[in-house]
Design a protein around this ligand. Structure first.
Ligand SMILES: [Zn+2]
Length: 211
């Protein structure tokens, strides 16, 4: 890679791509793809323990689930960009990536009433094309540091253990959960209770990148 590009990328990415909550020494809950099979269950657990979270949603989901998206926003959560159709950015051109993220962002502005420009690329695909498409369009990127592997066929007890074993090691984790099971809200509640008992504080989404 050209050295100037490499250097610019290092500088740009230093402030604009995060895997951890960095300075704030807390843990952040983030959810991908949906507000849950049982969104009311997920939102009520978060409200019960006062945990503000981020939902990375596709434009398609936002269009089809406007009421629950608005509910999440009014409960104090953030809705951020996860492409239009859970696109595989490896298969799209630079221009197609930009169209996907900008059209999703328009829906976020319209329905979730947010001007924050924060994205998590689907499948965590982060190559140079994706990084440039995001950063040059003034998006910041939020990855994650620990996750539960919901698609590995684990039951809810195994999944909870999986989260706990990954996230106790260090205090500044960004936790990724896919709330894709009917019992996801139960796992979430147990996870939050464990963390509160361990003295861990949850970060507010705005503590990572600001408003
Ligand atoms: Zn996803």
């Amino acid at each position: 890679m050209n050295k100037i590009i490499q250097k610019s990328l290092q500088i740009a990415s230093f402030n604009n791509i995060v895997y951890y909550t960095n300075k704030c020494n807390k843990q952040l809950m983030t959810f991908d793809d949906s507000i849950g099979v049982d969104p009311i269950g997920v939102l009520s657990v978060l409200n019960k323990y006062n945990v503000s979270s981020i939902f990375f949603l596709t434009g398609e989901y936002i269009m089809l689930n406007q009421a629950v998206v608005k509910q999440a926003v009014s409960d104090g959560h953030k809705i951020y960009n996860h492409s239009m159709n859970h696109d595989n950015f490896n298969e799209l051109s630079y221009r197609e990536i930009v169209i996907s993220i900008k059209s999703t962002q328009k829906l976020i502005e319209k329905i979730a009433k947010s001007n924050d420009r924060i994205i998590r690329p689907p499948y965590g695909i982060l190559n140079l094309k994706v990084i440039f498409a995001c950063l040059l369009n003034k998006f910041k990127i939020m990855m994650w540091s620990s996750r539960g592997y919901e698609f590995a066929g684990l039951n809810k007890h195994q999944l909870l253990q999986n989260y706990l074993s990954q996230t106790t090691k260090c205090n500044n984790q960004i936790i990724l959960m896919h709330p894709n099971m009917a019992e996801s809200y139960e796992i979430l509640e147990q996870l939050i209770i464990h963390k509160i008992n361990e003295g861990i504080e949850f970060a507010h989404p705005e503590e990572i990148y600001g408003k």
